[in-house]
Write a protein that binds this ligand. Structure first.
Ligand code: CTP
Length: 399
């Protein structure tokens, strides 16, 4: 499994096996990649732009002269964590080896520092031609990964080496290129997720609308980056994550007591759980009848993060979350900064939950507040992508 929300650019050049990259695209998405497809002009003879747009769910631009105002060859070169070109024709290999940049894809490749994986597919005569071999060795010397094509039947009746390789071969190269992102290896991270429930009687409780999706996305992303993750799940109805230790709790009091025991052992706490601010003063063992249910005495719950701040040691990082209903960005920053300071946090993500947005959704929107005042505005993105952005910030705080 790869960290979710990472961006990959899939270049497609003009070979008959371009259709196999439709399946590749799907499998990349299954693995959590956000994929931008950049087809060459020749490849559009085999698979059209509409197919790539529909499959990727993203706008596809095919030439240098579209969307010029956003300078796409530079933005795409910078945004992507990996460039994968499948299939790569003999002609594209030659262009890449000579550093040419006469279309969108070759411009992006030349402008990008991301790792590059090339998947050649062509007839055996072309693959074995000394010109092609020389181009491949130039590219390998420059750090490109060039995957050996498979052996077998070609488009016609000929047989030999040159076939588009099995997808597992491509995925293991991607894994090898991205595996160095285990920047949380050896770190113990606690993530709290979901929303606490404060029972009123055996039937009712005080709760909130947190689904736990953000906390679970963070736990998965941290585990994928090598962390030893302890997920404290408050009433979240979500599937367990392989390799992640889970403690299920219900109330704020239970959450506090688990954290008091576990926090001293961790490098970082990510407090994405929504904690009920109050509990009933007198829990009723029996269901309260509606005629007796007019008022309820409440007792304030402890502010868990404030308690954590009292036992926090130097080097430990604490990330808080806040849900606010003020749609003005400057007010979100103000409210978030006040909470960051009052709770002695290192980072805070303020969700803009106006009109019930974000709860239960797969996407989020808000602002990351940093104790160093380097805030990051977050436009609507997936909770998986936010997890990786927050973990990038956390890694730099951990040092
Ligand atoms: N939090 C906590 N203990 C509480 C309430 C909240 O530790 N009793 C944590 C939440 O997990 C979150 C952060 O504090 O990481 C901010 O939560 P939020 O509900 O936005 O803020 P509150 O402190 O409850 O302030 P208010 O209700 O006034 O907005």
């Amino acid at each position: 499994m790869f960290p979710r929300g990472r961006k990959l650019l899939l270049g497609v050049s003009g070979g008959i096996s371009a259709y196999k990259s439709c399946e590749l695209l799907r499998r990349l998405q299954d693995q959590g990649f956000i994929v931008d497809v950049v087809p060459t002009a020749a490849s559009l003879n085999f698979v059209g732009k509409a197919t790539w747009e529909a499959l990727s769910g993203r706008k596809v631009i095919t030439d240098l002269w579209s969307d010029v105002e956003s300078v796409p060859h530079i933005s795409m070169a910078k945004e992507n964590d990996l460039i994968l070109i499948a299939p790569t024709t003999a002609d594209l290999l030659a262009k890449l080896a000579s550093g040419r940049a006469d279309d969108l894809l070759t411009n992006i490749v030349l402008a990008s520092n991301a790792p590059k994986i090339i998947v050649p597919a062509m007839h055996p005569e072309m693959w074995l031609n000394p010109a092609t071999s020389a181009n491949v060795s130039i590219l390998r010397d420059r750090g490109f990964v060039v995957i050996e094509p498979d052996q077998g039947r070609m488009t016609g009746l000929d047989v030999g080496v040159g076939r588009y390789p099995d997808l597992s071969k491509i995925f293991s190269e991607i894994q090898a290129k991205l595996q160095n992102n285990s920047d949380l290896a050896g770190r113990r991270i606690i993530v709290t997720a979901g929303g606490t429930r404060e029972p009123i009687d055996p039937v009712r409780y005080i709760g909130n609308r947190s689904s736990g999706k953000q906390g679970f996305a963070l736990a998965l992303a941290a585990a994928t980056r090598g962390a030893n993750v302890h997920l404290i799940s408050a009433n979240a109805d979500l599937p367990e994550i392989d390799g992640v230790e889970v403690t299920k709790i219900e109330t704020a009091t239970e959450l506090l007591s688990v954290l008091e025991a576990e926090f001293p052992k961790c490098d970082a706490l990510i407090m994405s759980a929504a904690v009920a601010d109050a509990r009933v003063s007198n829990y009723s063992q029996n269901k309260i009848k509606k005629n007796d249910f007019e008022t309820m005495d409440l007792t304030k719950n402890p502010d868990i993060l404030a308690r954590i701040a009292e036992i926090k040691k130097s080097g430990q990082i604490v990330v808080g979350f806040a849900a606010e209903t003020d749609s003005k960005s400057e007010n979100l920053v103000k409210l978030g900064t006040e909470k960051l300071r009052s709770k002695s946090l290192d980072l805070m993500y303020v969700n803009n939950v106006t009109d019930g947005a974000i709860f239960g959704s797969d996407s989020t929107q808000g602002v990351i507040i940093d104790s160093n005042e380097k805030n990051i505005d977050i436009p609507e993105i997936s909770k998986d992508t936010l997890s990786d952005i927050l973990l990038d910030q956390l890694v730099s705080k951990l040092g």
